[in-house]
Design a protein around this ligand. Structure first.
Ligand SMILES: [Zn+2]
Length: 225
């Protein structure tokens, strides 16, 4: 395969994976248009929609273009599960468990290795969390564990905590209602006037505080854990 063909394939891969996931695991999302694309964003993925789940867009970080398909499936299932959840309470934790219940835990486990979450990643002072690789495993049945281990071997991927990752943030949820945009990062909600795009949000963490920037201007901050 030459380089151009490879690029084409990478462009189409997100929509074809989403289509397959909807077909096998998200019956309630059948017939709903979901736009997918790669982008330069501050986290691994974003999911955005206009109220009533219209104009759904899933953006994956360009960095994930190099990932094994299994890890991409894990990332996309977490984002698709967001679309089926109510946006309150332990959102990230519930979203992970939803993906596992739909039989996608194997892929979520691989995604967690790729995103450096070997142990649970607590957010909002312990009020929510992303399941780490080890916890995802604990939800899997024997057959799933067997498949996961076979896949890890095929990928030559050794599960370990990787603290040197450049992106500590996992994903960003964006909802646009009446020209107001609400976005949630690591469980922290920000509401701003107008419609914003995921590429306009930047998050930088210094000394345990995450600063949120929009168009380069600080609009808020939160304690990183
Ligand atoms: Zn999420």
């Amino acid at each position: 395969m030459n380089k151009e063909d490879k690029n084409m394939n990478r462009m189409g891969i997100l929509s074809s994976l989403i289509q397959q996931l909807v077909d096998v695991a998200y019956p309630e999302l059948k017939g709903i248009d979901i736009i997918s694309r790669w982008g330069r964003i501050s986290c691994f993925a974003t999911v955005s929609w206009i109220s009533n789940k219209k104009n759904i867009t899933i953006t994956c970080n360009n960095q994930a273009k190099k990932w094994h398909e299994a890890a991409l499936i894990g990332l996309l299932s977490h984002e698709l599960s967001h679309l089926t959840q109510m946006a309150s309470g332990r959102v990230e934790n519930k979203t992970d468990i939803d993906a596992i219940r739909r039989g996608l835990g194997i892929y979520l486990a691989i995604e967690r290795i790729m995103t450096g979450k070997y142990e649970d990643y607590t957010i909002r002072h312990g009020n929510d969390m992303y399941l780490g690789y080890r916890s995802v495993r604990s939800y899997l049945n024997e057959e799933e564990l067997m498949h996961l281990d076979a896949l890890l071997q095929e990928m030559r991927l050794i599960p370990q905590s990787n603290k040197s990752l450049k992106l500590p943030y996992h994903d960003l949820i964006i909802t646009i209602t009446d020209r107001m945009t609400e976005f949630t990062i690591d469980g922290h909600k920000f509401v701003i006037e107008g419609e914003i795009k995921e590429s306009q949000v930047e998050i930088i963490t210094r000394d345990g505080i995450s600063y949120v920037f929009l168009h380069g201007q600080e609009i808020g901050k939160y304690e990183a854990l």
